[in-house]
Design a binder for this molecule. Structure first.
Ligand SMILES: Nc1ncnc2c1ncn2[C@@H]1O[C@H](COP(=O)(O)OP(=O)(O)OP(=O)(O)O)[C@@H](O)[C@H]1O
Ligand SMILES: [Mg+2]
Length: 368
């Protein structure tokens, strides 16, 4: 079931008198394709939960429409939309067992949808099997780990076979290891059920690792939508570039001058296209190749060895980021001295306009 957001807007009047309305979702106009897992990503307060609540019907749109396939669901109450919801707090009934919790949504079905006890049991077993918690069906929430409780919550969202599955930061209450395992689980369940799924997180790595598509948001405005790798490789603006990637992109004050990207007094990359102007230069941490004859030099502060990766932590007079992080391979990390020279991988360098912070396209000049 594809979801279409059609000029969708949500305004909240400000709780503080005299202040302007908050536009939590500002003219969202995009499609979530059928059967895909889409990650909504952005900093706190950017409107992720509001977007999800508009899709589920918990919030009413100020203007615009929401379509599930060919159905206009804009004015439908949540219970008639066919959505499964999972929140950060598992919100299980503490006095009920896992089985009773999962069965709960089925007990309210009325009329022709009403199920027999046996049919309900069967559906509960199917859902429990999907999230692999059959063993805990007779346990109460207090007897289960956070990850197990979250799976019960997912089973409860799935048991009515929703048209759309909506997850709002479902992993935030889990520790690092369980987060990792549970996000893989969510991906597996989504791929098995082929349910159109919207997954909210402010963790860019989480969104990138399990989503078919990500939507990056800021202040209620959709910044970019696309496949995670495409958004990472071609960020439309400095905000998106900085939001994706860990360690983050390194940002410098620079300029375009006589066919080159210039930082300080170094021509770091010969390019074609943009006119001379001041720009922000972004270089991904993996975009550096150590080379004493290289075009770009930084001042080494220290090495950071984190298991598989080694980063050179460095400074540069024109850096805007607090420090520079450069990922290097093991064999190149040995004492490169105080000043380290690099060649740059052109695909890992981005430039942004000083005023709009929008990405400026360029092509790399072929060396003769
Ligand atoms: N019921 C409400 N009344 C007034 N303002 C609200 C209401 N709900 C949300 N907002 C405001 O709308 C904006 C978006 O909130 P939302 O909860 O969607 O953000 P979010 O991206 O989910 O943030 P977080 O990552 O912290 O959960 C915020 O500025 C918030 O203060
Ligand atoms: Mg939220």
């Amino acid at each position: 079931m594809k979801i279409v957001l059609d000029h969708l807007t949500k305004r909240f009047s400000n709780r503080t008198k005299g202040l302007d309305d908050i536009i939590a979702v500002n003219d969202f106009n995009f499609e979530i394709p059928d059967g895909k897992l889409v990650g909504l990503l952005g900093p706190s307060g950017c409107g992720k939960s509001t977007t999800l609540n508009l899709i589920s019907g918990l919030e009413k749109a100020t203007s615009g429409k929401i379509w599930f396939g060919d159905d206009d669901v804009t004015d439908l109450p949540p219970e008639n939309r066919g959505v499964g919801l999972v929140f950060q707090s598992y919100a299980l009934y503490p006095h009920l067992t896992a089985r009773q919790n999962i069965m709960f949504p089925l007990q309210n079905l009325k009329g022709k949808d009403k199920l027999t006890k046996e049919q309900m049991n069967e559906k509960v077993l199917e859902a429990a099997h999907l999230v692999q918690i059959e063993r805990y069906l007779d346990s109460k929430p207090s007897q289960m780990s956070g990850g197990q409780q979250q799976r019960v919550a997912i089973a409860r969202a799935l048991v009515k076979l929703p048209r759309v599955l909506l997850l709002d930061e479902p992993l935030s209450n889990l520790d690092a290891r369980l987060r990792l395992a549970t996000r893989e689980e969510i991906r597996r369940i989504q791929q098995e059920t082929k349910l159109t799924t919207v997954f909210v997180t402010h963790d860019q790595e989480e969104a990138m690792s399990i989503s078919d598509m990500i939507v990056v948001m800021k202040d209620g405005i959709m910044q970019q939508i696309g496949r995670p790798q495409d958004v990472y490789d071609h960020p439309v603006n400095l905000f998106v570039a900085k939001f994706l990637g860990n360690p983050p992109i390194n940002v410098f004050d620079g300029k375009i001058e006589n066919g080159a990207i210039v930082i300080g007094n170094e021509r770091i990359l010969e390019i074609e296209g943009p006119q001379d102007q001041e720009v922000y230069v972004g270089i991904r941490p993996e975009g550096f190749i150590m080379d004493p004859e290289g075009t770009f030099h930084v001042h080494k502060k220290q090495l950071e060895i984190l298991g598989r990766d080694t980063s050179i932590v460095a400074t540069h007079p024109d850096m805007i980021s607090e420090s520079i992080r450069i990922i290097v391979t093991l064999d190149t990390r040995d004492d490169p001295g105080e000043t380290v020279g690099f060649r740059l991988k052109p695909g890992k360098v981005e430039i942004f306009a000083k005023d709009t912070e929008e990405n400026i396209e360029f092509s790399v000049k072929e060396s003769l």
